[in-house]
Structures are given as structure tokens and as C-alpha cells.
Design a protein around this ligand. Structure first.
Ligand code: DQA
Length: 144
């Protein structure tokens, strides 16, 4: 059974209450429950983490080596700033899909650059909470 690490970055714990016009009304708990339901259908084992701390995301990615076959990550605001997370993904050698709820390319200029996309196997964005489900299916395609 393939093992997938899901990482939710900063402020995603507030989903549902946070800028619902941009991110929708779905809570992180609901997203995680949908991911778990899909993982049962796809027969993959999910481990799900959320942290607001950049270094903890780096630690999670470093620790994923030999424990996980793939990483599904929404780096949230660190998408646009974090060389450290970019480097951790590049070093990991683990298939990684970047996801975003919103279409970052249709938003403020500072969001229109992802430091993560060049080191990810692919990026799914703009489909709201469904981006995660599409991302999980895409990740499984890559690692199977
Ligand atoms: C986000 C987009 C980022 O620009 C933002 O900082 C987030 C969420 C998204 O999922 O659309 O926190 O990653």
C-alpha cells in the first residue's frame, strides 16, 4: 500500500472561517475527511499534518524519506517565500504534488510566483477543496 504524507501550511487550520469568498466554506476537517474517504477507495495510507511553522514543514519533508512514497502539500503563504521548503522538496527525492484552493495566478501579484512549482511533479490549483482530491489522484498516478 502506497504511503502519502499530506502537509497543510499556515492559516489552513482556519479554513471555513478564513476569507470564505476566496477559500470557500469547507473546513480543514471536512477536507481531511474527504481525503481519507478517497484514500480508502484508492487504497493508499494517508498521514495528515498541519502546521503554521516553516521549519516544521522542512522537518516533515526531511523525515518523509523512506517513510512515504509521495507528498501532497499546500504550502500556503510559504509558496511565495520559502526557499527552505523548496530545497527540502528538491532534496527529498519524493514525488510531490503542490495544491492550492485558489488560482494564485489570478490573484495579487505577490502570489503569482510559486517557489515550489519548479521542484514539484505537478501543481493543482483553483478548484477549491477539490484541488486536494485531484492532487491525490494525480500523485497516485505518478507513484504507481
Ligand atoms: C493558498 C494560496 C496562498 O497564496 C495563500 O497564502 C494561502 C492559501 C491556496 O490554497 O489558495 O494561504 O495556498
Amino acid at each position: 500500500m502506497k504511503r502519502i504524507l499530506v502537509i497543510h501550511g499556515p492559516n489552513l487550520n482556519l479554513l471555513g472561517k478564513r476569507e470564505p469568498a476566496v477559500y470557500g466554506k469547507t473546513t480543514l476537517l471536512q477536507i481531511n475527511n474527504s481525503l481519507k474517504a478517497l484514500s480508502r477507495r484508492l487504497k493508499v495510507k494517508l498521514t495528515i499534518k498541519q502546521t503554521n511553522v516553516e521549519g516544521e514543514i522542512v522537518d516533515l519533508i526531511q523525515g518523509a524519506r523512506a517513510k512515504f512514497d509521495g507528498i501532497l502539500i499546500n504550502p500556503a503563504a510559504y509558496t511565495h517565500t520559502s526557499v527552505a521548503i523548496r530545497d527540502a522538496i528538491a532534496a527529498s527525492g519524493i514525488a510531490t504534488i503542490e495544491v492550492h484552493l485558489s488560482n494564485i495566478y489570478a490573484r495579487e501579484e505577490f502570489r503569482q510566483k510559486s517557489l515550489i512549482s519548479p521542484v514539484a511533479n505537478g501543481t493543482v490549483l483553483g478548484f477549491g477543496s477539490k484541488s486536494y482530491l485531484l492532487g491525490l489522484e494525480a500523485l497516485l498516478d505518478i507513484i504507481s
